[in-house]
Design a protein around this ligand. Structure first.
Ligand SMILES: C[S@@+](CC[C@H](N)C(=O)[O-])C[C@H]1O[C@@H](n2cnc3c(N)ncnc32)[C@H](O)[C@@H]1O
Length: 325
């Protein structure tokens, strides 16, 4: 459940009710689902899905839901990517996968038939784009447990984006506990093609879960994403597990040739240190993203694609810079 229609902060059950929930709440649909009572409702401008009284997803979670895909894309090579998303929710991750131009096939496994129906009826532009993707054979929305799809398609995907729950510590469906166990993480990893990545949406950092990821993947990255709910910013963590460590291999290769890999967008902390050295008097909170991007790209050690900057990445640099000053 995302907090306040926001995947929440972790001061309350993960996706918590937003402070000052709008009094104007319109229940659009209510249904006995496979996991319990599902409610679709409009709260102010937000569309929210509630499962057994807990926030499952809200339109306020758009940024972190899209980050399930954007956090991984820089790590993936090629323009014919196969993507698996579990589950559909309000369809933001699906929309993001279809938007990038690098995905040739996206499968969404959604456990609740009502969520699929509601997406088609209330998903507006996202639902239209998804339907176009289905007609073109690029997108498939299946009513299925994502665990079954992972089992059925070993080495089937370049990206597996898992957002079934409010993180490893707060399950919407108890039956999903296995997905976050070491066996579940291994199952997800086995569904990857060489060079592939798994992304887990998480409301915060979990040491035990990080240990499981580190034990299975060649490399694990944390990417922050921020949803703004009723004026309050909530930070979420996208755990990106890479089946192979291409960067390490590139670095070893470059170093063997006497070269040196530069800073990449996946190293906000390192970028922040370099910015502090280069601009000791600058305050990151005073900068707009255009200027910040210009400063990063101008760093002598910067070695990534300037066009791969995103709001999420620039925000991660701002946070690191602010904390490290
Ligand atoms: C937080 S929402 C996903 C939001 C989605 N990332 C988006 O972009 O809108 C979680 C979804 O996962 C579904 N779900 C939960 N357990 C599942 C499972 N084992 N397999 C497939 N879908 C599942 C829920 O019904 C719900 O629709």
């Amino acid at each position: 459940m995302k907090p306040g229609g926001a995947r929440a902060t972790r001061t309350a059950p993960v996706r918590v009710w937003p402070a000052g929930v709008s009094a104007v709440v319109e229940v659009l649909e209510r249904e006995a689902g496979r996991s319990g009572e599902l409610v679709l409702r409009r709260s102010g401008a937000a569309l929210e899905v509630i499962l057994n009284g807990a926030f499952l997803i809200s339109t306020a979670n758009e940024v972190s839901s899209r980050a399930m895909v954007t956090a991984a894309l820089p790590h993936l090579a090629g323009d014919a990517l196969e993507v698996l998303i579990g589950g559909l929710g309000l369809g933001y991750a699906l929309d993001e996968a279809l938007a990038g131009g690098r995905v040739s096939g996206v499968t969404v496994a959604e456990y609740e038939p009502a969520i699929v129906r509601w997406f088609r009826a209330y998903g507006e532009g996202r639902a239209e784009r998804a339907a176009a993707g289905e007609r073109a054979g690029q997108a498939t929305i299946a009513v299925a447990d994502v665990v079954d799809v992972l089992k059925a398609r070993p080495e089937g995907f370049d990206l597996v984006a898992l957002d079934t729950d409010n993180g490893p510590d707060w399950l919407v469906r108890e039956a999903n506990a296995g997905l976050y166990s070491e066996a579940g993480v291994q199952l997800a990893c086995r569904a990857l093609r060489p060079g592939g990545a798994v992304v887990f949406w998480s409301p915060e950092r979990y040491t035990g879960f990080e240990r499981s990821l580190a034990g299975v993947f060649a490399r694990v990255e944390r990417v922050s994403a921020f949803d703004v709910v009723q004026g309050r910013r909530h930070e979420y963590t996208m755990y990106v597990g890479l089946r192979d460590d291409a960067r390490r291999e590139d670095r070893i290769g470059a170093e063997a040739e006497g070269g040196r890999m530069g800073l990449t967008w996946t190293e906000p902390g390192e970028i922040a240190w370099a910015l502090i050295d280069a601009h000791p008097d600058a305050d990151p909170l005073d900068l707009n993203f255009v200027d910040l991007q210009r400063m990063i790209v101008a760093l002598p050690d910067f070695g990534d694609d300037p066009d791969e900057a995103s709001e999420t990445r620039l925000e991660a640099v701002v946070v690191a810079w602010h904390e490290q000053r």
